[in-house]
Design a protein around this ligand. Sequence first.
Ligand code: IPE
Ligand code: MG
Length: 227
Amino acid sequence: MDGNGRWASARGLPRAVGHERGVEALRKTVEAAQELGLSYLTVFSFSTENWHRPVSEVNALFGLLKAYVKRDLGQLAREGVRIRVLGTRDGLPKDVQALVDQAEERTKDNTKFNLCIAFNYGGREEIMRAARQLAIAIKIGSVDPSTLDEDVFATYLDTAGIPDPDLVIRTSGESRLSNFLIWQSAYSELIFMDVLWPDFRGEHLQQAIEEFQGRERRFGGLATGSA
Ligand code: IPE
Ligand code: MG
């Protein structure tokens, strides 16, 4: 979800206003994803690198996550949405942690739709944390290193049990992953769109899915039908 700051600057507004409009875009996108029949949507809302921003902006982003969960949790829970927050809880204010735990706990039995929020998330940090957990498991003898494979390793990631993304969309015209789901997106289709996140709507999601449907996915193999 990139481009909130630029959206605001282009209108002479403070960056925080762009983030607020970004939350609106998130609401609409979650709705559209459900209507389009998707079962998983993962959004990147705060990266481990976003700590480099001014404290006031970091606090505004925490405030928005809290406001979003407080305002939308009830409805999302009733709609059968399961919420999971990817990333490290380390460094997050206690009230944010508590709210995140509450959102996960309250929706843990829901199966209709999965909303994953990458918050205080960085792909390398996630992989490193998984490696550390695994090292501990090996050290205490509960895992035999010779049995390790990609599937076993993936169970130590925050996305354990969540399928790899078929499609990754980045808004705002930047063409990079910026540490988003770097393990999981190894074979994802990537789509970079010129729209700034606050302007993102269901029609953009639909457009991206249509482009995705036209792509040929080979996963390192050969095209179907080729000799
Ligand atoms: C994305 O918008 C929102 C977050 C990273 C939280 P940005 O804040 O990155 O907006 P730009 O890239 O400065 O326009
Ligand atoms: Mg940005």
